[in-house]
Design a protein around this ligand. Sequence first.
Ligand code: ADP
Ligand code: MG
Length: 393
Amino acid sequence: MIDQNMKQSVLENFEKVFGKREGIKTYFAPGRVNLIGEHTDYNGGHVFPCALTIGTYAAVAKRDDRVVQFYSVNQDRFGVYGVNLDDIDTINDQAGWTNYPIGVIWAFAGRGMKLDKGFDMVINGNIPNGSGLSSSASLEVLTGFILRDLYGFDVTNQDIALIGQYSENNYNGCNCGIMDQFASAMGKENNAIFLDTADLSYEYAPIKLDGAKIVIANTNKKHKLTDSQYNARRSMCEEALAILQKTVDIKGLGDLSIEEFEAHKDVLTDPDMQKKAKHAVYENQRTIEAVKALKAGDIEHFGELMRQSHESLRDDYDVTGVELDTLAEEAWKIPGVIGSRMTGGGFGGCTVSIVKDEAVEDFKRIVGENYLKKIGYEATFYTVEIGGGPQEI
Ligand code: ADP
Ligand code: MG
């Protein structure tokens, strides 16, 4: 479901910023929401995200020299940023958001896929940035898809996801797992992706929500310390894994069943570390169970597991905060809410809820009012649809 106004806006802005040109091409790559399986993707566990119909749009045309130039309609105050392809070896703080697409170009070059000539690119997105719906991954996947299309590189959509993750890890300095880029690059309309991050095996699962909708609620929280907190959780899980590996033969925390974890957990003598590992193990098992429930048509049980997921992220993994907790806890009180949980990295960002059609208006109104009362500013609500992967439009 391509938004023609968004397509028009990148084309018009391209002409305004870079002038009239022959052969301008337009593209889209989606954001994503993770239904369950949070902070499992860097622990060799399962995730269950789906691509959304909201995402990032681009208008692009090649240049005759070795310059790449970028402009974002969303961040118009940043203006146009240009750089020579020979000067992108290290991240430049002055380059702002353009470090995402530049990081992808850098990562392609590192795999031997070098650009001969540059390009001009205008983007516009309808994903709220920094809200856990992966606007950054959609921008990376969009860039990778464009590079393949314009320069004829031989990469699959899965490669584009891996290159996007590599650049976010090694260029932009966020140690994210593979989920976000994979969900964007491999998205399929009306399907969620049941992905085992241990070996990247995956399966599409149709989401047939008869009489219910997926509703996202944005905390609108500013000033989160997402990257540092995220990286800290990740290193604690890596430490826990290294300790557990002395007694059990595992490659990731996702290899442990709940029984195995309970039998061996005492080797994790730091109680905080034990809680973090517990979340990774239990959340992985919950995700497997949730997909089974969905396949069996037991959406109520899926919803109950969403709630358990949030509680574990709140009590053990400690990544929610009062804003996300208020949204989820207020949602659980409303009849017709099948399930609700924080989604994405946490500390702010969004919750995802499955809400019966007849309860959607009540959900938005009551959760919205109670959130405002408690937090002092408004949450934003969006009813979303599951969309396809990156495409030329
Ligand atoms: P999330 O991926 O959850 O949206 P991140 O903090 O990982 O949050 O990524 C958000 C960043 O991605 C923005 O701060 C910006 O640098 C970049 N970005 C995403 N979409 C756009 C856009 N349309 N225009 C400019 N920058 C964007
Ligand atoms: Mg991101």
